[in-house]
Design a protein around this ligand. Structure first.
Ligand code: BEZ
Ligand code: FE
Length: 303
């Protein structure tokens, strides 16, 4: 067949997917082609605009390396990451809500036990904080040995992966045999998403915010439970209602309080330090759910 027009081109592109064996891949490609063609027709896409988009996507790809994931950032600022989280994580009542992974997760962080110090080797100081809580199932049963992958930005709002430095302010914290976890860190601060690449240019051309409210990231996992990829935000942060990547959930906003003098001494932090108490609740694993989520984290996050 030849002589395609606006009226029959979409059908022909879709028809050529007829023999695709993997049904899910076929469904994804068919829908993608239909939506892209409908978009082009809807906005009457010009050739200049088409080429601008090609140049933009090329720049996004070129900005990616083993430490920088500009495509995740693009997905985040367009709300696609949170839309995918929302579709896939209709949280069971009581379970910790999921939110975006973001571009700064890294495998291979050091393991810590109860009370571990994530400030080790930090090149920049912040307000000391004792973070503690429990990991339990939605039934309230503690989960001994649950793992919490924690990462956060330094006091200047920059992640270790954005510099040439070693891992900083990240670690894999193991809960004790009562499902309790604790670690020392710095109180997170709000920061800007990376604005020095093509996604920054895009954001500057819109009226979206480029700030993220202060938060620490956590991936909480345990055998027999669904892994949750989430954040804990700082109550009172000025950007909670304007997060650049739409990731804030009320249940994930927590209060950083001041440690009493005796409490601070007990945990080995200076007077005036903060404490954060936050419990994580996991849903029981449903066949495949954990596997699928893990695959996303492993393949999309930087190595
Ligand atoms: C982050 O929190 O690390 C993050 C998430 C999405 C985009 C940029 C940064
Ligand atoms: Fe972050």
């Amino acid at each position: 067949m030849r002589q395609f027009t606006e009226d029959n081109l979409t059908d022909e592109v879709v028809a050529r997917l007829k023999g695709v064996k993997n049904p899910r891949f076929k469904q994804l490609m068919t829908s993608l082609v239909k939506h892209m063609h409908a978009f082009a027709q809807d906005v009457k896409l010009t050739e200049e605009e088409w080429f601008e988009a090609i140049k933009f996507l090329t720049a996004v790809g070129q900005k990616c390396d083993d430490k920088r994931q500009e495509f995740i950032l693009l997905s985040d600022v367009l709300g696609l990451s949170m839309m995918t989280v929302a579709i896939n994580h209709k949280t069971e009542p009581g379970a910790t809500e999921a939110t975006v992974l973001g571009p700064f997760f890294a495998h291979g962080a050091k393991e810590y036990g109860y009370g571990g110090d994530l400030r080790e080797g930090a090149t920049m100081k912040g307000d000391d904080v004792w973070v503690s809580g429990k990991v339990a199932g939605v039934d309230g049963k503690p989960i001994p040995g649950a793992a919490l992958d924690i990462w956060q930005a330094k006091a200047d709002g920059i992640y270790d992966l954005q510099t040439d430095g070693e891992f900083e302010l990240r670690g894999r914290v193991k809960a004790n045999d009562k499902g309790e976890y604790a670690f020392k860190s710095y109180k997170p601060k709000f920061y800007s998403i990376p604005m020095d690449g093509p996604v920054g240019d895009l954001v500057r051309n819109t009226t979206n915010n480029h700030m993220r409210p202060a938060h620490m990231h956590a991936i909480v996992s345990a055998p027999g439970y669904q892994q949750v990829i989430t954040h804990v935000f700082v109550e009172g942060d000025p950007y909670l209602d304007g997060d650049a990547v739409f990731a804030v959930k009320n249940s994930l906003v927590a209060k950083y309080k001041k440690l009493g003098e005796a409490e601070a001494k007990k945990v080995g932090l200076p007077a005036g330090s903060f404490k954060l108490e936050f419990d994580f609740k996991l849903s029981p694993d449903k066949a495949g759910a954990k596997k699928a989520r893990k695959k996303i984290a492993a393949s999309d996050a930087v190595a």
